[in-house]
Design a protein around this ligand. Structure first.
Ligand SMILES: Nc1ncnc2c1ncn2[C@@H]1O[C@H](COP(=O)(O)OP(=O)(O)O)[C@@H](O)[C@H]1O
Ligand SMILES: Cc1ncc(COP(=O)(O)O)c(N)n1
Length: 263
């Protein structure tokens, strides 16, 4: 049986991030990807030109259709847009017997908001507590905890602050720091530093979505959290290395890099 993985996220019409990145990642990692769409964005390499969230009832119905019939071995969340959707999705995850990878998406690479400021408290108090792994980037860490990370040394403090909101594991993504691309995974007792060379490539649209979906795919295949994160880091590093130009701005990572000739 092919493991099943569900992404609960927004649609990126440009195909580099969101639902589209998640499903491509899942295909590349050999699991069956399924989707609950929370919002539709008009988006391209230049930014987000528009965003429309779906009604809570539409999100709930998609989730129940998938979980009640097909079943899921792991869930991943991305753009949730509003406090109402954050709370509804947190409730659905709490009632599902599968690990949940929560990417607390706040703003896009271009700085466009993908989450209402009024939803931050629901992310802290409702969504993070039901996460198996929470994967904030440094801007999201600052928004959610107030901790500003300026060096690798600050990442431990950031992880402790995120764990204070209740996820089993915190993965602090250091992609926005200078130097190596270093992430810290910890559950408060074990600590795993994941270090990869920084690829000097501006085409990094979708990195965070790709990493979180890859973790969910690996969990669905039976990896432990540290194993899943290590495999996902290797996959996203290759995808960033192969990121390519599209449109006039920031192009996507290459989800299919392992299928290309010579790779
Ligand atoms: N230029 C880069 N080279 C290699 N890895 C990168 C690069 N930029 C980001 N990463 C990695 O991609 C993953 C996503 O990180 P990040 O870009 O910080 O997330 P987000 O997309 O949420 O802002 C992390 O593992 C990070 O270390
Ligand atoms: C629908 C959607 N979800 C998530 C992201 C974040 O991805 P990135 O940080 O690479 O812009 C995005 N731009 N769009």
């Amino acid at each position: 049986m092919i493991p099943t993985v569900l992404t609960v996220a927004g649609s990126d019409s440009g195909g580099g991030a969101g639902i589209q990145a998640d499903l491509k990642t899942m295909l590349a990692l050999g699991v069956h990807g399924m989707s609950v769409i929370t919002a539709v964005t008009a988006q391209n390499s230049l930014g987000v030109q528009g965003a429309w969230e779906l009604p809570v009832a539409a999100v709930r119905a998609q989730y129940r259709s998938v979980v009640d019939d097909i079943g899921v071995r792991a869930v991943k969340t991305g753009m949730l847009a509003s406090a109402e959707l954050v709370e509804a999705v947190a409730g659905l995850i709490a009632g599902t017997d599968a690990p949940a990878v929560v990417d607390p998406v706040g703003v896009s690479k271009h700085g466009d908001s993908l989450l209402a400021a009024s939803a931050l408290d629901s992310v802290r108090t409702k969504l993070l507590p039901v996460a198996t792994v929470a994967t904030p980037n440094l801007d999201e860490v600052a928004q959610l905890t107030g901790v500003r990370v300026e060096s690798e040394g600050d990442m431990r403090r950031a992880a402790a602050a995120v764990l204070g909101h209740g996820p089993r594991w915190a993965l602090i993504k250091g992609g926005h720091l200078a130097g190596d691309a270093v992430d810290l995974l910890t559950d408060g007792s074990e600590e795993h530093w994941l270090r990869a060379p920084r690829h000097d490539n501006r085409h990094t649209h979708g990195t965070g979505c790709t990493l979180a979906s890859a973790i969910a795919a690996q969990l669905a295949k039976g990896d432990s959290v540290p194993e899943a994160v290590a495999a996902a880091k290797e996959y996203v590093t290759g995808a960033v290395a192969a990121g390519f130009a599209l449109g006039g701005g920031i192009g996507p990572v290459d989800h299919g890099w392992r299928f290309r000739d010579g790779s």
